[in-house]
Design a protein around this ligand. Structure first.
Ligand code: ATR
Length: 283
């Protein structure tokens, strides 16, 4: 390793940002791979965001992650974006190259990376996925599932118009269903994904009857507080495979680390335990 101070610097930019686990994840990988670099937390209010991003290089940063509420503004400030970020209209990973700001959106890749690691072979059946919710996470997940070749995706959201917007923008076999129909939609589904905040600590439970899900189905929840949601517990009780939101949190960090520090990092069991322990201790 080089002496302190010589390394590359990245950061996570958010408002608020204190809750972000990105520093823990990237700092773990920097130590794990013996890379001289650092990863900070930057609390930046919306009105200060543009100036902060334009000053990244001057502050010694080579890039960073962007979290709420800045993902759309980050996308607009990029000189160049990946096709994924372009389709989603939002960026969560920024890097400087040739003096210009580049952006990617790794939420969908993180979602798939988690399924691949935690429910290996889940995509042997790709006929129908049911996605609950229609926020930014749902948009990225629908996009990723289409890229993976899912034959049919049904989006069900309390506010139906938001689901319709996702379907209209997706440019693939995406349908919309009423929120009240969510339990019935599960007949024949290969994958159920909860992208709503329901089931999170402090939020109402996700009221859904899993009876109709086939025994081969996989259930994924992007909620990670608690680590095992009621949805995942009930899926496990039925013998279904469940994937927790921690996996997506960990895997969405992989492409950024590769861009900034030149190594493709592995989501190790040790890293997962570290982050899970932090989540448990802070809630
Ligand atoms: P994100 O961008 O992180 O996905 P979001 O845009 O706030 O977050 O989306 C949260 C999702 O949870 C939405 O689909 C929201 O439904 P609406 O679009 O109708 O707001 C859903 N959600 C939150 N609280 C809910 C509740 N009590 N019942 C049903 N859905 C709920």
């Amino acid at each position: 390793m080089n002496p302190a101070g010589g390394g590359r610097r990245a950061c996570v930019i958010g408002w608020p940002v204190a809750h972000s686990r990105s520093p823990m994840i990237h700092t773990y990988w920097l130590a794990h791979y013996g890379i001289d670099g650092s990863y900070d937390r930057a609390a930046v209010a919306p009105e200060a965001f543009e100036a902060f991003v334009r000053g990244l290089a001057a502050q010694g940063y080579i890039g960073g992650n962007v979290t709420l509420p800045h993902k759309e503004r980050a996308f607009e400030l990029c000189a160049s974006v990946t096709e994924t970020a372009s389709r989603l209209g939002a960026a969560n990973t920024l890097w400087l190259e040739d003096g210009h700001l580049h952006g990617d959106n790794t939420d969908g890749a993180g979602f798939l990376g988690a399924l691949d690691q935690d429910a290996c072979g889940w995509d042997a059946r790709k006929n129908v996925a049911v996605v609950l919710g229609a926020g930014g996470a749902a948009r990225a997940i629908v996009d990723a599932l289409l890229a993976r070749g899912m034959n049919r995706i049904v989006v069900s959201n309390r506010t139906r118009a938001r689901a319709e917007e996702i379907a209209a923008r997706a440019g693939g076999p995406v349908e919309v269903a009423d929120w009240d129909a969510r339990s019935r939609l599960l007949a024949g589904a290969d994958l159920l994904v909860n992208t709503t905040s329901l089931g999170m600590v402090g939020q109402p439970p996700l009221d859904i009857d899993l009876t109709a899900l086939p025994p081969t189905a996989t259930v994924s929840d992007i909620v990670y507080v608690p680590l095992e949601t009621e949805l995942l517990r009930r899926a496990r009780e039925r013998g279904l495979r469940g994937v927790s939101g921690v996996g997506m949190l960990l895997h969405q960090a992989v492409p950024g680390f590769r861009r900034w520090f030149g190594t493709t990092p592995v989501v190790t069991p040790e890293l997962r335990r570290l982050v899970e322990a932090d989540i448990t201790s802070s809630h």
